[in-house]
Ligand binder design. Structure first.
Ligand SMILES: *[C@@H]1O[C@H](CO)[C@@H](O)[C@H](O)[C@H]1NC(C)=O
Ligand SMILES: *[C@@H]1O[C@H](CO)[C@@H](O)[C@H](O)[C@H]1NC(C)=O
Ligand SMILES: *[C@@H]1O[C@H](CO)[C@@H](O)[C@H](O)[C@H]1NC(C)=O
Ligand SMILES: *[C@@H]1O[C@H](CO)[C@@H](O)[C@H](O)[C@H]1NC(C)=O
Ligand SMILES: *[C@@H]1O[C@H](CO)[C@@H](O)[C@H](O)[C@H]1NC(C)=O
Ligand SMILES: *[C@@H]1O[C@H](CO)[C@@H](O)[C@H](O)[C@H]1NC(C)=O
Length: 391
């Protein structure tokens, strides 16, 4: 009798789970069953592609499963459109070839494009960038490969992914909408050139939260055509901070607007939060931006707007920036500056910054008194603002 009741309960639960509890991803596709091998020597690119084709045309939402172990993957594009949502569940490591020339001039290692409904969970991606960085420092190298690119994608969620030692930027997002990154770990040495954490261009509705980013360049950079970005609970450093720009790289560019950077910590970075533009004509803008509740720990330029941005004196246009910066709020920003100049607002003389708000700022320089500099900036302060020298 008990046995019978148990069976009924089991049957009932099974029916329940089929309808309500099992995840949406019905088909599971293990890359190993397509011939991938969990060792760093065997090229698993074709097996991964076969698994992708199968998942992409599956009539049910499909999970591609990458088990524990280390899989060697060469330059690859996972392209849609697909008939259903795809979930990449990665328990193992995916490594790039040691030979930096293997990506050719493609500029990318793993590319996802033209997808609507993608989720990536877990995994460690090792870009093996060391050889490329040495080559780059010596000069004369092809374009480095970005480790993961999302291009023309919608409804993407990336969670719990680790990205190590990318040749160039770790993650790039272009022409995407509704994309969320959470619990990421991005890591490359402080000395590695141009290894941005996450770059976003021509995209909207982007969330990055609860992540740790240590790189040789920007932790997160938002460039032209970007709208509605929320960056929350990030630990950044080493690196060049979180910023908007470079803007105004050419005359005719789309602007950046509606950005929030909140509840984050910057450790030993070159910049904290920054907006930068080249000093030349442009119809671009940066507006409706909030930087709030940020801690600076030994940061060289904690708060900086630089409209005379230039990487080497040779190519500096030395004109007046056409980029219009307005409605930018810096609130509750505290901690230590590694240089005396804790606040630097260097705006364009033809397009002064409008409506810059500073509220509750407390930045100190450990070896003396901190200063602020303002040029062509229309600033409103409230609450405590330290250092206040130019305000
Ligand atoms: C995966 O990568 C991590 C981080 O580099 C490393 O500690 C671990 O040993 C790797 N695992 C395998 C199976 O290679
Ligand atoms: C901004 O993006 C968030 C999440 O990505 C979305 O929920 C929200 O509706 C967007 N806001 C606007 C004004 O589009
Ligand atoms: C990240 O942000 C999204 C949208 O606001 C939220 O649903 C998610 O819970 C956040 N992640 C964490 C780890 O807080
Ligand atoms: C401010 O940010 C820190 C993380 O840097 C977080 O622990 C704290 O809860 C945030 N405060 C508020 C009021 O959200
Ligand atoms: C300034 O930007 C904030 C944040 O995006 C926005 O909520 C506010 O409406 C903007 N103010 C004006 C006057 O546009
Ligand atoms: C721009 O200014 C920099 C620094 O003042 C100077 O070294 C450079 O020669 C100037 N470039 C041009 C094109 O005038």
């Amino acid at each position: 009798m008990t046995y019978c009741t148990d069976n009924f309960i089991l049957l009932f639960l099974t029916i329940l789970s089929v309808f309500f509890i099992t995840p949406n991803y019905v088909s599971s596709i293990n890359v190993v069953s397509y011939g991938a091998k969990p060792n760093d020597k065997f090229d698993s690119t074709i097996p991964f592609q076969k698994a992708w084709f199968s998942a992409c045309k599956s009539k049910d939402p499909a999970t591609i499963y990458v088990p524990k172990g280390s899989f060697l993957l060469k330059q690859v594009t996972f392209k849609g459109p697909c008939t259903n949502n795809i979930n990449f569940q990665i328990d193992g490591n995916i490594t790039a070839p040691l030979d930096s020339s293997s990506h050719g001039n493609s500029g990318s290692w793993i590319m996802f494009r033209e997808l609507d409904g993608l989720s990536i969970q877990g995994g460690t991606l090792n870009g093996n960038g060391d050889n490329y960085w040495s080559c780059k420092k010596a000069g004369n190298c092809p374009a480095g490969a970005r480790s993961i690119s999302f291009s023309s994608c919608k409804n993407v969620k990336v969670s719990g992914l680790t990205s190590l030692n990318s040749e160039a930027a770790h993650i790039t997002v272009d022409h995407c909408k509704d994309i969320m990154f959470q619990h990421l770990e991005i890591n490359a040495p402080e000395t590695s050139p141009n290894t941005d954490g996450i770059d976003v261009i021509f995209s909207s509705d982007v969330i990055v939260n609860h992540s740790t980013i240590s790189t040789g360049d920007d932790c997160i950079a938002l460039i032209q055509g970007t709208n509605n970005v929320s960056i929350d609970h990030i630990t950044c450093g080493p690196g060049h901070g979180i910023g908007i720009g470079s803007l105004g790289t050419s005359n005719d560019e789309a602007g950046v607007e509606n950005v929030r950077v909140m509840n984050s910590i910057f450790k030993g970075t070159q910049n904290g939060v920054r907006i930068k533009s080249w000093a030349q004509p442009s119809n671009e803008y940066a507006r409706d931006i909030v930087f709030k509740n940020l801690t600076m720990d030994n940061v060289q330029n904690p708060i900086i707007i630089d409209q005379n941005y230039c990487t080497g004196s040779n190519n500096c246009p030395n004109k007046s920036s056409g980029v219009k910066i307005s409605n930018v709020s810096f609130e509750q920003i505290k901690g230590t500056s590694a240089t005396p100049q804790a606040i630097q607002l260097d705006c364009s003389d033809t397009n002064p910054c409008q409506d810059i708000k500073l509220h509750d700022i407390h930045l100190i320089y450990t070896k003396g008194s901190a200063t602020s500099t303002c040029k062509n900036a229309n600033v409103i302060t409230s609450g405590v603002v330290i250092p206040k020298s130019c305000l």
